[in-house]
Design a protein around this ligand. Structure first.
Ligand SMILES: Cc1ncc(COP(=O)(O)O)c(C=O)c1O
Length: 443
């Protein structure tokens, strides 16, 4: 039985997700509290949150407004179904999200389908796309296109369009194919913001149309800025080109904004940041500031209207979750949106991005740093792997940073950073200083 310190619980029973269980349980890192920019571990040490939890606590931790709203909702209506039934707060929250939805007056994505997570949002969006194509007489369009290195959660749809081999290799998949990813360290290393090279990679969609036939393809899904695979930015002009090719071939474009939604790039959505409007947007995480599980798919009106055909007493989409529009999650979400608005958090990343960029790029030249990437309040430091031990160097930096009071995230040999949007300038300096020292020690 693993039982490490007097403050630690028995560790055997929780089968941890995306974790080396045996390694972790031999030397656990346990967080016990959180407030603002900081976690506290079980031994009382403060740890700066350099990752907004898992890219989700955009307004920082321990927000009383959310806690109060959740408590009130639990005591007034803890649960009610949304199948052939409704409750006011789910319509209120959908209306609130719709008012923030990107797309401009003619192409607003203001029809909201609620889910319980990012993975559910992606599988929902793929199913909506396939069902929509069928509803408009394009029933042969059942294939979905994703991208290498893409991460779209862990549902069967999400891993099929996803492009991370370890998430895919053991599991069967739905019919899918993939464009190449846009990471090109050789040509674009140390670019500040979006890289110049690579818009032509969007032409991969043309190649896949030529290979499979447009009439077999329902949708193409990309993260407008890819986070989990190690922060991969779209080259300038890439998303515009992808939009044009998708439109030309009647393929729906889905932006997975599970990470970028709710202010990460300095605009409410990445769709606003890049000025390219998809047909569907998937969200989760920041929708409740990470406080309760929830996700939402924002659908364009044309998609929703395309499905609202047939007899009025017929269910238009045979899809939904027990927790689609859970009242308590809606209460958390409404309180979260209030905080974002009151504190200007959906645009704060834009204000602080220049300092963030300068601070991150000051790490250039440290041992083994082969690339630094940034956009909005997101950053990545890519390290040269240790010979014969991929990922080991970044993992050492991760453990070292944690022991020095900073939580970062690593994917392979890439360090990813995405602090809460409330981070102060002095805290950026502290973060970069702890990280820089760890990088030197890992040399
Ligand atoms: C772009 C993207 N899509 C989907 C997901 C899956 O979300 P969840 O873990 O809530 O299922 C994630 C999670 O990190 C993500 O980054």
């Amino acid at each position: 039985m693993s039982h490490i310190t007097p403050n630690a619980p028995v560790l055997d029973n929780f089968w941890m997700p995306f974790t080396a269980n045996r390694q972790f349980k031999a030397a656990p890192r346990l967080l016990a509290g959180a407030e603002g920019m900081y976690y506290t571990d079980v031994d009382g040490n403060k740890v700066m949150d350099g990752t907004a939890g898992l890219w989700c606590c955009n307004a920082g931790h321990g927000r009383r407004k959310i806690a109060d709203a959740v408590q009130r909702q639990l005591m007034s209506l803890d649960f009610a179904p949304t199948f052939q039934m409704g409750h006011p707060i789910v319509f209120d929250f959908a209306a609130k999200l719709a008012s923030m939805a990107p797309g401009g007056p003619d192409a607003k994505l203001d029809r909201i389908f609620f889910t319980g997570s990012g993975s559910e949002s992606i599988d929902t969006a793929l199913k909506i796309a396939i069902a929509y194509q069928r509803a408009i007489g394009q029933g042969t369009r059942t294939r979905v296109i994703g991208r290498e290195k893409g991460y779209h959660g862990v549902g069967f749809g999400g891993i099929s369009v996803g492009g991370l081999v370890n998430n895919r290799r053991m599991f069967p998949q739905i019919p899918a194919d993939h464009m190449r990813h846009t990471l090109d360290v050789e040509r674009n290393a140390f670019t500040k913001g979006m890289p110049e090279q690579g818009a032509d990679l969007a032409d991969d969609l043309e190649r896949l149309v030529a290979l499979h036939g447009a009439e077999t393809i329902a949708a193409v899904v990309v993260e407008p800025m890819s986070g989990s695979a190690g922060v991969i930015l779209p080259p300038k002009g890439y998303l515009e080109r992808l939009r044009a090719i998708a439109t030309k071939h009647g393929i729906l474009l889905i932006f997975d904004e599970v990470i970028t939604g709710f202010g990460r790039l300095g605009t409410p959505f990445a769709t606003d940041f890049f000025g390219v409007v998809p047909d569907l947007i998937t969200t989760a995480k920041g929708i409740t500031n990470g406080s309760l599980p929830m996700g939402a798919v924002f659908a364009g009106r044309h998609v929703y209207d395309g499905m609202m055909t047939g007899p009025e007493n017929a269910i238009e989409l045979f899809h939904g979750y027990t927790y689609s529009g859970h009242p308590v999650a809606c209460a958390a979400g409404l309180a979260t949106m209030e905080i974002y608005e009151e504190e200007g958090l959906l645009t704060r990343a834009a204000e602080i991005a220049p300092e963030w960029e300068a601070a991150l790029h000051s790490l250039k030249g440290l041992p083994n740093v082969v690339d630094i990437r940034n956009l909005g309040l997101v950053g990545a430091i890519e390290l040269a792997p240790r010979a014969g031990a991929p990922g080991a160097r970044a993992y050492d930096v991760f453990v070292d940073c944690f022991n020095k009071g900073l939580l970062i995230r690593v994917t392979g040999d890439i360090i990813a950073l995405s602090p809460p949007l409330i981070i102060e300038r002095a805290e950026i300096a502290t973060l970069v200083s702890i990280l820089g020292d760890a990088l030197k020690r890992a040399a």
